[in-house]
Design a protein around this ligand. Structure first.
Ligand code: CP
Length: 311
């Protein structure tokens, strides 16, 4: 892959996505071993720079870097000098002075990874910027879909919920469209406005309109932290009209995959029976997250390919 950074999937090609997913499959076996480490990035330094909360993305990037033998450095909003008023650029200049090789950034401001990528020589990986993109999440989602469905071209992925405020949805839409999949989104008008069709997706307003034909139903988290008060009347009402329960799931194909990027609001986006049921691949998404992030770090930092003794 001939890139310094991974900022989003907006301009990515199907070939690049396939290269990342194929590389991730090679790395997946490492996590099944007793010694879960290869020397691919020995001597390189990877910084995780999370200015918003995270469990999955932060842990799996950290684990991915460690499994590739990189040195890792963690940085969070609560424990850093940003609390004392330091700007993002000043913080980045100080990190730059310590000579990192890659920075993985999550920030509430859309475009902040792009700003760092332009200003500094190290690789920048976007771990979620505001409501813009979350590319590594979409890549792990696509790997999970590909594991079950084979080629993504012609498959139908229904994304349900607060699509407008979802960086996960936006990156999935770009990536899935690049791979030739059909994407249909469903949610209330405030969360799925008609202008979303400019992204090449079908826009519907009833979950029952999208469940039957879907190969994948991706339920999105209700982002209470980004929602204005007028976005929905109550969690109970949202759940009644847009939540995935067993009754709705019975109308879908018996082979359908149920996905969610996490964290789940159980009983809001989906019932526990669906989240933990036999169509759910949510934990596979998490497992694939480590392999995809190993692939991204290795490809962006020019790590040695896995030799026969490591593959
Ligand atoms: N899917 C996701 O981004 O989860 P975290 O917020 O826990 O990283």
């Amino acid at each position: 892959m001939n890139r310094k950074d991974l900022l989003g999937l907006k301009d990515i090609s199907a070939e690049e996505i396939s290269e990342i997913l194929d590389t991730a499959v090679g790395f997946r076996a490492i996590s099944e071993r007793r010694i879960k480490k290869v020397p691919t990035l020995r001597g390189r330094t990877v910084v995780t720079f999370f200015m918003e909360n995270s469990t999955r993305t932060r842990m799996s990037f950290d684990l991915a870097a460690k499994r590739l033998s990189a040195d890792t450095l963690g940085f969070s909003a609560s424990s850093s000098a940003t609390k004392k008023g330091e700007t993002l650029m000043d913080t980045a200049r100080n990190i730059d002075a310590m000579k990192p090789d890659a920075i993985i950034i999550r920030h509430s401001a859309a475009g902040s990874p792009h700003m760092l990528a332009k200003a500094f020589p190290w690789s920048v990986l976007n771990a979620g910027d505001g409501i813009n993109e979350h590319p590594s999440q979409a890549l792990l989602d696509m790997l999970t879909m590909r594991d079950h469905l084979g080629a993504l071209a012609g498959k139908t992925v229904a994304i349900v919920g607060d699509v407008f405020h979802s960086r996960v949805a936006r990156s999935n839409i770009f990536g899935l469209k690049a791979m030739g999949a059909n994407v249909v989104v469903a949610g209330p008008g405030t969360m799925c406005p008609p202008q979303m069709s400019s992204l090449g997706v079908d826009v519907r307003h009833r979950i029952d309109d999208v469940v039957e034909d879907a190969d994948v139903i991706m339920m999105l988290r209700i982002q209470r932290e980004r929602l204005g008060a007028a976005m929905m009347s109550s969690a109970r009402e949202y759940s009644r009209f847009y939540g995935l329960d067993l009754d709705r799931l019975r109308r879908a194909s018996p082979e359908v995959l149920v996905m969610h990027p996490g964290p789940i609001n159980r009983g809001v986006e989906m019932t526990p029976e669906v989240a933990d049921g036999d169509r759910s691949v949510i934990m596979e998404q998490v497992t694939n997250g480590v392999a995809v992030r190993m692939a991204l770090l290795s490809l962006l930092l020019g790590g040695e390919p896995l030799g026969e003794d490591h593959a």
